[in-house]
Write a protein that binds this ligand. Structure first.
Ligand code: ARG
Ligand code: ASP
Length: 687
């Protein structure tokens, strides 16, 4: 009787759509999810999403550069991605006479489009399970090193066979499920990609780092490119003779927009997640690493903020540095907070107890203990390494000194390096940061983990401050003229900044690295076992592989969330919100006059700008197409909310939300701000 009930429950739960929208699925295996997608409102077949026989949605998605996603929106190679993905290319075309970053750029016709040497876009031609071929010749009795060399040799052969450099066809073998499976990914890489349009930063980066990882959001985070090909539509180096690429497939645009509850699909290239690791790794990240790094960065940010508030010049010097430090700082807060709120460590421990029960008498008996011991062994060394990065390697003068020496050793001139360093250097910030970070190092690092050099310095000076004062007084690297006069690295070794940098560096290579490297090797093997074991432990569960910048499908729905008691966020933001934030005195909120004028003329306060959805995304999904139930384009993904950034380790349907640009805001900006309606003429709308 009990058994029948259990079976009935199992059958029902297998049929019922899963509650959560967790998952970054492999396109080639999407047929396994297609019923669930249908139950959630999609009208797409597996072949619509991924096919090697006919044009499918995958043919309109590209890996943009080496860390973002982009999508095709016309039969003439027109491509959309984020502003922050195109940023460095827009910057490279900018100068004082034409500051495209600040003012935006709009090609008036195809001839005006700007080439970007080095920029590539990669189309996925096909993906294929090659596990058997990669592991041919390997059996489990062999040592790990033998496995590595067999995998390397077999992969190289597969890659060679699948590649065709003359046609721009490149192949890669990727390990999935912690190297329990291998897939061959065959790409066609186009390398003549031109800049077509970008809004001014006051639209494309509106809200800046103040609004980064946040809702409500009003960033017009897009830029427009075009792919060019040779006369046969094949990849080619830049040439004025090249013609717009004709894609196998491009997205039609749904101007009808989105509303709460609508199905959404994100098709793109998430970079890195760790959903199946042991509780110990999550505990380390959520309870040790993130909080410590947040505290160290808070020290830096507070010092920067103090001086930035006192001087406009310093504010400009440190705004970009401040932004970089703040991006991960904010993400870590959401990550550790989310892990705490969800009780992820305890939940994983509970899972691990059940797993161990099951594993008794199997080859996996003792695996948890082994993994636990590896993490325990690694922890103090890894933490010390993270401290090194967040303290010594974050002191500007030390990094600069090392960079100058590297340039001198390579025979490169140091003038340019010095120019860009001193342009944005304010020594009082660095001195105060030195003291704050090194005091934290001394306080937080257990005695037996402190380098001898550090102890010696502290003993001889009596305090970090005295050490610092002497270092800054004696180093030549604070003196622009003396740095520029250098023409060889000879005689630099006595400099106190370099001496300190080097002392910590050898501490790293001699005392930390050997253990970190050793444990990493064993962890790789143990995690492979653990992944395999989990799949055997829960045979009815559908596992998606952790992200590794390969193409994935995530589906969910448009939805707001409640970030705190009595607070409820609606899922769509509008132009009205931009005007509410407008403040000419706040750089991040200084709305361009053209937009103010359009707004003042009336009729567009309800213009949608961004929307929230429940798609499981990660870094790398920036620029990804957001599709409706029929596979038409409704948005461009660009961020997540900070309260949900633990989604790289554990997904919470209540808090994890991706943030997308509403495609209608792109159309609005292109036409009304850019005056580039000619681009809309080549797009295809669903009505
Ligand atoms: N937080 C987003 C992502 O990680 C956007 C970053 C770029 N925008 C910014 N304001 N820094 O990567
Ligand atoms: N902003 C990220 C990116 O640049 C996306 C994310 O982390 O959600 O890829």
């Amino acid at each position: 009787m009990k058994r029948t009930v259990l079976i009935a429950v199992l059958i029902l739960s297998a049929w019922a759509p899963s509650r959560a929208d967790e998952g970054m699925w492999l396109p080639a295996l999407i047929s396994r999810r297609i019923d669930d997608m249908g139950a959630k409102g999609a009208h797409l077949s597996a072949e619509d999403i991924y096919s090697i026989n006919r044009a499918s949605l995958k043919d309109a998605v590209v890996l943009f550069g080496s860390g973002c996603t982009g999508e095709l929106v016309s039969d003439s190679g027109l491509l959309l991605t984020n502003h922050h993905c195109g940023y460095s290319f827009i910057q490279r075309h900018s100068s004082v006479e034409h500051d495209y970053l600040k003012d935006g750029f709009w090609a008036g016709c195809r001839r005006d489009e700007l080439p970007n040497p080095g920029l590539t876009v990669s189309f996925l031609e096909r993906m294929e399970d090659v596990t058997a071929a990669v592991l041919a010749g390997y059996d489990e009795s062999m040592p790990e090193a033998a496995r590595d060399s067999i995998v390397a040799r077999n992969s190289a052969a597969l890659i060679k066979h699948a590649s065709d450099p003359s046609k721009g066809v490149k192949a890669r073998v990727e390990a999935l499920y912690y190297a329990n499976q291998y897939y061959l990914f065959v790409y066609r890489v186009y390398r003549d990609v031109r800049l077509v349009g970008a809004p001014p930063s006051s639209i494309g980066k509106f809200g800046g780092d103040t609004d980064n990882w946040m809702w409500p959001r009003h960033t017009g985070d897009f830029s427009i490119f075009r792919i060019y090909a040779d006369a046969d539509n094949n990849p080619a180096d830049y040439s004025p003779e090249n013609v717009p690429y004709v894609p196998r497939k491009f997205f039609r645009i749904n101007r009808g927009g989105v509303k709460d509850g609508d199905f959404t699909l994100v098709y793109g290239c998430p970079g890195s997640t760790r959903e199946y690791v042991m509780s110990e790794e999550v505990r380390y990240i959520g309870e040790v690493s993130d909080p410590r790094k947040i505290a160290l960065r808070t020290l830096r940010l507070d010092i920067q903020k103090k001086y930035m508030a006192q001087s406009q010049a310093v504010r400009i010097q440190y705004s970009s540095k401040n932004a970089n430090v703040a991006n991960a700082w904010k993400k870590w807060q959401g990550e550790s907070g989310g892990i705490r709120r969800l009780g992820t460590v305890a939940a994983k421990q509970e899972y691990e107890r059940r797993f161990e029960q099951w594993a008794k008498g199997t080859r996996y008996e003792g695996l948890m203990a082994r993994l636990g011991a590896l993490y325990a062994r690694r922890e103090p060394y890894y933490l010390a390494y993270e401290y090194l990065n967040e303290t010594v390697r974050s002191i500007e003068i030390l990094r600069f000194a090392s960079g100058v020496r590297t340039a001198l050793k390579a025979g490169r001139p140091v003038q340019g390096l010095a120019d860009s360093f001193f342009k944005d250097y304010f020594q009082p910030i660095d001195e105060e940061t030195f003291a704050a970070l090194m005091n934290a190092f001394g306080k937080d690092m257990p005695e037996d983990f402190q380098p001898e050099y550090f102890k010696r310095k502290l003993a001889s000076y009596g305090s970090i401050e005295a050490w610092r004062d002497d270092l800054f007084a004696r180093t030549l690297f604070t003196d622009r003229a003396r740095v520029c006069a250098l023409d060889s690295p000879e005689g630099l070794s006595g400099d106190p900044a370099l001496e300190m940098f080097d002392a910590f560096d050898s501490w790293y290579t001699q005392s930390l690295l050997p253990v970190i490297r050793d444990v990493a090797k064993e962890l790789k093997q143990a995690n492979r076992e653990y992944m395999k074991a989990q799949m055997e432990f829960e045979p009815q569960k559908e596992f998606y592989p952790d992200a590794n910048l390969t193409l994935r499908v995530a589906y969910g729905k448009v939805a707001g969330y409640s970030p705190a008691d009595a607070v409820q966020y609606a899922p769509v933001s509008t132009l009205k919100g931009i005007m509410e934030k407008d403040n000419p005195d706040v750089f991040d909120y200084d709305v361009p006059q053209a937009l103010r004028d359009i707004y003042a003329a009336g009729g567009c306060e309800n213009q949608p700008v961004c929307f929230l959805a429940t798609n499981h995304t990660s870094g790398g999904n920036s620029g990804s197409p957001v599709l409706d139930a029929d596979g038409n384009l409704v948005g461009i993904n660009f961020d997540r909310v900070w309260e949900g950034t633990m989604s790289d380790l554990v997904f919470d349907p209540d808090y994890c939300r991706n943030i997308s640009l509403d495609i209608r805001y792109l159309l609005f900006v292109v036409e009304r701000i850019g005056g580039a309606a000619w681009l809309l003429d080549e797009m295809v709308f669903t009505y």
